[in-house]
Every structure is written in C-alpha cells, then in structure tokens.
Design a protein around this ligand. Structure first.
Ligand code: NI
Length: 198
C-alpha cells in the first residue's frame, strides 16, 4: 500500500483522526510511519507489555545497525506505551522487540531515548526499591551504582553521553539489563513483602 492511501476498512473515527492530522507527533514521523501503521493496525501504536515468564524477556537483544524510520517509530511507540503504563522506563524487549533500544522518563517531560546504550562509567552505590512493568505488583531492593554515565545513539544516529544519579541511574541500569535478558528480580538483594509496599 502506498503512503497516504487509506484502507476502506479504516473505522470512520480513525479516518477522521488520520486526515485531520491529529496524531500529536505525526509531523515528526516520516511517511513510512503511515505504511507501518496501516500494516500493524492503528490500535497497535501502543505495544503490549510482555510479562515475566515470557522467554522474550530472557533473550539478548541485537544492536541497531542503522537508525531507520522504523526505529524512530519504535521509539515513539515505546514512549507512548511507557506513559500509558505509568512507567519511568521501557526497554524494547518489553514490547516484544529484540533490539537494543530503551526509553526513560524519570522526570516528566524529560524523555531520554537510547539506542545501543552501554554504561561507560559508574560510581558509588545505592540500595533502593525497584519494580518493573513486566513484573507487575512486585518490588525488590537492588544494589546499583549511585551515578551512571551511558553512551548511546540518538534517534538520528548521533552518539551522545548522558549521566544520571539516584533514580535515573537505577533506571539506566534496570533498562539496560533488559537488553541482556536480565530482570531486576535476578539481582534483588531481597524482594519486598506486599505489606512493605505502599
Ligand atoms: Ni523493567
């Protein structure tokens, strides 16, 4: 199907949305987005979050060789999914995509997109509670560095470094672990009992 061609089966409301250009980040997405959107079905802009027990979460993800429009679409979908689930981070395998892609939003509005991220420096130590959208309702205390610097590619393929402390450092570590099939439950010093969780 060509870009911009609307399938006849598209529900009226979605048609409205499409032609009036309502999707908020439509302009940021190239026409490839429209094609993929049609292939996947419009409701699939949000990813289904894979839960613990699914083997997908235990795989080592492949690096992104070239940052294509498809990867940018994945980033957009991951941000939407993370926000809808009230999470502060999401890794691509949690959406069933085995690529080294992560989004983080520890501070509202400050989204950090990481492609092929790796930790290049860390310092200090923290033991704090951690949870995961793929492990709903469970929390555990993990031992993580207090400060972390990550090197990654942005959505245009440019390399950059980003540093974070405290929650952001934990979040970087947690999400990067997902790319190697590691869950926080593997690393937890201890899991919290339900009465310890507010
Ligand atoms: Ni997680």
């Amino acid at each position: 199907m060509r870009c911009g061609a609307l399938p006849r089966t598209l529900p009226e409301t979605l048609f409205e949305k499409r032609v009036s250009g309502l999707p908020k980040n439509f302009r940021a997405r190239p026409c490839v987005w429209v094609c993929e959107f049609e292939e996947r079905g419009i409701e699939q802009a949000k990813l289904n979050i894979v839960k613990d027990g699914d083997p997908v979460l235990r795989k080592v993800c492949r690096p992104v060789e070239t940052v294509t429009p498809r990867i940018r679409t994945l980033l957009d979908d991951m941000i939407e999914t993370m926000r809808a689930a009230n999470g502060c981070g999401l890794a691509a395998p949690q959406g069933g995509v085995l690529r080294r892609v992560v989004v983080v939003e520890c501070e509202e509005g400050k989204v950090i997109e990481l492609i092929n991220p790796r930790i290049i420096a860390h310092a200090g130590k923290q033991e704090e509670a951690e949870g995961c959208l793929s492990v709903p309702g469970r929390w555990g205390i993990t031992d993580r560095p207090r400060h972390v610097t990550v090197r990654a590619l942005d959505r245009y393929g440019n390399e950059f470094d980003v540093s974070g402390s405290d929650l952001l450092a934990r979040c970087f570590c947690h999400e990067l672990d997902h790319l190697d099939g590691v869950l926080f439950t593997d690393k937890a010093i201890r899991m919290l009992e339900p009465d310890e969780v507010e």
